[in-house]
Ligand binder design. Sequence first.
Ligand code: UD1
Length: 416
Amino acid sequence: MDKFIIQGKKPLKGEVDISGAKNAVLPMMSAALLANGVTTIHKVPDLRDTRTMIRLLEMIGAEVEFDNGSLKIDGSTVNKLEAPYELVKTMRASFYVMGPLLGRFGKVKVSLPGGCAWGPRPVDFHLMGMEKLGADVTLNQGYILATGSSLNGAHIRFEYSSVGATGNVVMAAVLAKGTSVIENAAREPDIVQLCEMLNMMGAKITGLNTNILTIDGVTELHPTEITVIPDRIEAGTFLMAGVALGDITLNHAEPSHLQTVLDKLEECGASYTTEPGKIHMKKADKIIAIDVTTEVYPGFPTDLQAQWMALMCSANGESVVTDTIYHDRFTHIPELNRLGAKISLHDNVATIEGVKSLKGAQVMSTDIRASASLILAGLMADGQTDVSRIYHIDRGYEKIENKFSTLNAEIIRVSV
Ligand code: UD1
């Protein structure tokens, strides 16, 4: 098992390239299953999660080639309509194969995701959407079996905006007969890009970038070629490192996807400039304590909540972080406190009292974003921080230690 050893307080400088977005590419890879031919996706990040999705697509019978950031997925050889527990339990996004397989083949068997490091994270909205489209959905021995040889367009309203359920149901609805309307749909950039990709494949989806998607069903989709949008969560993580530690430039970033985060960083005392595809972030002279509440896009992302907390540990005063999306996504707090942070938690509200300096210690990753917050905290701390269980970070950040090293940080990966 690998761990990171970080020598903190090294000033950062230089440029870093942001990878393609994990949360965009995973549903896009599933969308390739809708076409009878070879779809090509460029700027695919080499992550544990993309590798897991490749394994899943191969198990389903697709032929997949991954070379130099480009993926070729041949949906013409699909022959096994099943996502097994072994894979779904390691990556919840495996559930994304449900929509396309049901839509194209009228049948799919997908394991329920089961527990994860934070919260129950149900899939009831996904299943409700499939049922509304006319599928028969049953649960047997931990597996969802959905059947429906001809799906029909339907009016679907999500009680709460869900990224996964929106993507999954859209992928089932594109081949349904008639028109579907999804109300309270997610409009995260990842979902917008999925809809753009489906339209390039011949789907008829309107309402992109809004909360109401209208889908006019078509009889078949064809393969396409597309480049993944930049990962706004990876970019946000590096921006916070810049605010705390030095002047850095992010290349292949999309400033418009990060407006709320950039506004918050400015309130904190940071100054930045943007140009197409780039963000230049300057170290703040003093980090001002600023409260954050996570919300659906374009609000502050829950996926940057843990990293924000790490930044606030060095702020001048007390700040409050509230997570309204996942009420129990706080496993990073005891680990940050091991580094000398002063964070207390009541329900889904964390109060962070800024400290003069964090102090290096041994800490343990518990999920992707918690790992990122511990790396940030380690980079900001005095002395050495060892971050263990970094297989979590490898799920969602591409070679994060190399990227920080190019920015002058002292961080190495060792096998233990
Ligand atoms: C996606 C992201 C994840 C991010 C999350 C919220 C991917 C691969 N993952 O996860 O990084 O943290 O969005 O931005 O894109 N819910 C239900 N029933 C459902 C589905 C969701 O109650 O059937 C609830 C969830 O418990 C949560 C909220 O809806 O409280 C939002 O979850 P959702 O947007 O679905 O998250 P994911 O798609 O799993």
